[in-house]
Design a protein around this ligand. Structure first.
Ligand code: NAD
Length: 208
């Protein structure tokens, strides 16, 4: 069981990891909490406080060693092991996600897709084979699936989520615009880009 860290802190740690990965790729060896904070848009004080969770220690003046800190954060976030991922709902969005390779950089392995449309079951999109949703439990066991991207129409979202939970999936990245009811030991992360648009609309309003 991972240490209990507040959800907002996890979001910031994920942000630091993104910055550190970029720094490492650019050949940068050291980063101070001021630099990391500026890149992640939080204060240096907050960075230092958050990095206590990773048991990271910097050196006064020189800061943190980028490669070590990146490794420590990856380990804390559970990114040093493979996570087996399936896409449930192989429509427009499901198919677009197959073509998005970047999450594979973080040990997320896209294993298969599921759909209940007979015209999609048995087909492949890229290298991804689509199975019948009724075979979920079998493939969860066979492929050791941990996580599902949920990309079904909104009116099928809860029933598909129930099927995922019953099959043993513990993490759902929910692209559907609805709040899913799941047991406490299942984690749902919503991806709602329309919510982002609504926030933009609020901030873009003329002052008045
Ligand atoms: P879509 O209609 O193109 O595809 C949905 C797929 O889900 C179809 O292949 C369908 O056969 C399958 N499906 C239906 N019920 C299922 C079930 N119980 N189990 C497995 N598969 C099932 O829809 P889309 O445009 O890809 O959108 C999917 C979801 O993502 C929707 O909830 C939508 O609101 C959301 N979304 C879509 C976009 C987008 O750009 N298309 C963007 C953000 C969010």
């Amino acid at each position: 069981m991972p240490r209990k860290i507040p959800s907002v802190t996890i979001s910031r740690l994920v942000g630091y990891l993104r910055v550190l990965t970029g720094l490492e790729q650019s050949g940068v060896d050291y980063v101070t909490s001021e630099e990391l904070g500026a890149a992640a848009r939080v204060s240096a004080h907050q960075v230092r406080k958050d990095l206590v969770h990773a048991e990271a220690s910097g050196t006064r003046g020189r800061g943190y060693t980028v490669a070590i800190l990146r490794r420590e954060l990856s380990s804390l976030l559970g990114l040093t092991r493979d996570w087996n991922v399936a896409i449930v709902g192989m429509g427009r969005l499901g198919q677009a996600l197959v073509d998005y390779p970047y999450f594979q950089n973080y040990n997320f392995r896209l294993r298969c897709g599921f759909d209940n449309d007979p015209s999609k079951v048995g087909r492949s999109f890229g290298a991804l084979q689509v199975h019948d949703t009724s075979d979920l439990a079998k493939y969860v066991e066979e492929l050791g699936l941990d996580i599902a991207f949920l990309t079904v129409p909104v009116n099928h979202a809860q029933s598909a989520a129930d099927a995922l939970v019953n099959a043993g999936i513990r993490g759902i990245l929910n692209f559907t615009p609805t709040v899913l009811q799941v047991p406490q030991d299942v984690r749902v992360e919503p991806i709602d880009f329309v919510a982002g648009l609504k926030r933009l609309a609020y901030y873009l309003q003329p002052a008045g």
